[in-house]
Design a protein around this ligand. Sequence first.
Ligand SMILES: [Mn+2]
Length: 308
Amino acid sequence: MDTYTIAFHYPCADGAFAMKLEYDSLVHSGVEPKNITLVAVDYRQAASLLSKFEHCRAGEIVYFLDTIGSPEVIAALLDRECHVIVVEHHEEAYNKVKDIKHKNLVLVYKSHQCATKMVFLQNKDTHLRFVVESDLEKLVGLIDDHDRQAKQLEDTEAYYAGLCDLKLEYDPAKNSEILSQLDRIDVNELVSRGKAIVANNKSIVASILEKPFPVRIGEWDIPTVIVTPQQYISLSTELGVALANQSGHFGMVGATFTNADGSKTQKFSVRSIGEKHDTRTVAKMFGGGGHFGASGFVYNGPLVMQLL
Ligand SMILES: [Mn+2]
């Protein structure tokens, strides 16, 4: 009896859906669920990754979907005579394994498809009991459009807002219900729920943007808004970019988070538009950092006004 492991990128919707489609197609082809192990691969815990594959013996068929885990893990599994199948669309990740030549290694790489779509197309001819076929195709299209930031489908933003609102825990080790939760997703319901959230967010954003105040940092008066932690997590980019558009240089969003011990942490997110203003210049002044157009820093002064 063959045994299977499906490792997938976590926490990532594309990884989770790819896992679900691969799982369904294995079960459909006659594999018993007890012979399938699901492993969420979290790069933030890369050091302990190999321990999640201790059960893999010679002959185990191991999928890596939307993730390569690490080249070391793959090498260790090949050493144990496992069969490894990598389905990947991240060029950087693929480059780390593309030179490994081994009879038990299959690499599937497509830069223009997300992992879910790759798995979907590979198993298209088998009956998937995930959702009814036409809806599944629609869902896969939306996952693909969002995961690759293609922004070609009009419902993609709503799909993702609706999905985030479900607050699914994709790791089967932490949530034994995840497979049935993914089974129950109704893509049309998800999109209409998402549309309402997107519309609501737009009105929240509009009202927040009515009251920015300038914060002097270096040579810039940076328009800034203070929001709730929840708004900070979901709306920083939208607000920061809008404020950067207003000022022509930077925009800044702040929020006060309460730590587990009750202490407070003030986080700031800086955004810019175009290629002229590097947000890291601002973030570095406070020991933070990030990317050219998006950075963050922690400022634990007692009051926001002290920045002025
Ligand atoms: Mn992906």
